[in-house]
Design a protein around this ligand. Sequence first.
Ligand SMILES: N[C@@H](CCC(=O)N[C@@H](CS)C(=O)NCC(=O)O)C(=O)O
Length: 88
Amino acid sequence: MKTTLYQTNLCGFCGRVRRAIAELGLSEAVAERYLESDPEGVRALSEGGGQLQVPCLLIERDGSAAQWLYESADIVEFLQANAAQLKA
Ligand SMILES: N[C@@H](CCC(=O)N[C@@H](CS)C(=O)NCC(=O)O)C(=O)O
């Protein structure tokens, strides 16, 4: 499973997810894209996820369609539930 956090620097909801990533020891496991400096990321989020809202966690699993998970609380819950697998 591969995960990528789409975010911006100033968004407080993104900061909440970044803190959870750090607390769970997932900094190496979750890739990050900062949309202020990533126009291709803006396009990918908008077209793939369907909404230009951050934070959004892209979850890619072998053999499954990509999942675009919005809402900081839902992202934190997903990371907590899957931390062991993401670190493996
Ligand atoms: N309830 C959402 C709120 C996210 C949110 O409001 N993000 C802002 C940036 S701080 C945003 O992307 N706004 C653009 C939009 O919603 O279209 C969460 O907890 O993730």
